[in-house]
Design a protein around this ligand. Structure first.
Ligand code: HEC
Ligand code: HEC
Length: 310
């Protein structure tokens, strides 16, 4: 029997879970988490007066994208990236997702890989100022200061940089062998067209998650679960329960997929209760695998990128 308040508590205790694992390559985002606030923003803005001066100079240039591009993004210190992330989580995550990996339902693209419409901070800046006409991507409020948009751009750029150049501790070969031995990963995940549908496709997961995030997803799967992978327990009017991944929900009906990948659809009127869980259905491998094995698995998963697959 599950109770939703229990899950709420669980969510709270997982708040900022990244701090729990000691990152191999202590990432910028981890170290500066404390500044992840307006305080951090104000701090970084007020103390770095010299940079403010150069920012003013930059402001004169923004009318000309080419010049701005030449000047590069002056707001790309760890402070800025952290401020950018915080702003992103408040203003952009409802469409692009908390992890910036996009949302098919609103057509908001994944921003963690190569962007289609921008190849530099200046390009991102221009999108933010002007929006993309004819789409849900609107220009940001003109009152938002330039500095904040450059920080946002720096954050978005950092997402693809991070996933392109982090050294990992484990060996991908060993991780691959382990992945194939523990065949159960494929019960739930697809890899290159083979496997199950009870979890995200892992074919290009290396370009979407950093090694730290990959490790976290193996050790603490519930730390961060996209709504797509939430599950529901439905109790019908006869008291019979059925659980599964939440496939879709509207005011009239609820659809779930059970562990046999079977779809079940219920009219809401037939249900007595709908209990939502934001926990992952993936088991934690923290106890099953040694640290070395986790490192190896991470190295393997991290090697799964579009350019690496033939
Ligand atoms: C209302 C939903 C919505 C919000 C809010 C939103 N976006 Fe978007 N965004 C979109 C959509 C939809 C697109 C794709 C438009 C297209 O190219 O068809 C997009 C495209 C983009 C792109 C271009 C991606 C590429 O591959 O070139 C960037 C960059 C971007 N958004 C950043 C942001 C940032 C930063 C914020 C927060 C300030 C934000 N967006 C807020 C919906 C949104
Ligand atoms: C019972 C089904 C199940 C099994 C078994 C399982 N997973 Fe998962 N996995 C999921 C689900 C559901 C998610 C999405 C929710 C989440 O983030 O935990 C997920 C998420 C992940 C993610 C993060 C993906 C993303 O897009 O955020 C990785 C990486 C991953 N699993 C790897 C593995 C590996 C490696 C194994 C085997 C050692 C494994 N999983 C076994 C169901 C499973």
């Amino acid at each position: 029997m599950v109770c939703s308040s229990l899950f709420d508590n669980a969510r709270h205790s997982f708040h900022r879970p990244e701090n729990k694992i000691a990152p191999a390559t202590s990432t910028v985002s981890g170290r500066f988490k404390r500044f992840d606030s307006y305080f951090g923003l104000a701090f970084s803005l007020l103390t770095q007066t010299t940079r403010l001066a150069s920012a003013l100079a930059l402001n004169l240039f923004v009318a000309s994208t080419a010049l701005a591009e030449d000047a590069g993004n002056l707001y790309n210190t760890p402070f800025d990236i952290s401020a950018g992330r915080s702003y992103f989580e408040k203003q952009c995550s409802r469409c692009h997702g908390f992890d910036a990996r996009g949302n098919d339902e609103v057509g908001a693209p994944n921003l963690t890989g190569k962007l289609t419409r921008a190849s530099s901070s200046a390009g991102i800046y221009a999108i933010l100022r002007e929006g993309i006409s004819g789409t849900a991507m609107m220009a940001v409020d003109p009152q938002v200061p330039d500095a904040q948009l450059w920080q946002l751009a720096a954050y978005i750029e950092s997402l693809s940089r991070e996933s392109a150049s982090i050294a990992v501790r484990g060996t991908a070969e060993a991780g691959k062998a382990l992945f194939n031995d523990v065949a159960e990963c494929l019960d739930c995940h697809m890899l290159d067209g083979k496997g199950g549908r009870l979890g995200p496709d892992l074919s290009t997961i290396g370009s979407q998650l950093s090694p730290d995030e990959l490790a976290l997803s193996l050790i603490e799967p519930s730390a961060k679960v996209a709504p797509r992978w939430w599950s529901l327990t439905l109790e019908d009017k006869n008291g019979i329960e059925r659980s599964g991944l939440r496939m879709n929900e509207d005011s009239f009906s609820v659809r779930i997929m059970d562990t046999d990948s079977q779809l079940w659809s219920y009219p809401r009127s037939a249900l007595r209760r709908v209990i939502r869980s934001e926990e992952s259905t993936m088991p934690s491998y923290a106890a099953r695998f040694s640290d070395t094995q986790i490192d190896d698995l991470v190295a393997f998963l991290y090697s799964l990128r579009p350019e690496a697959t033939p």
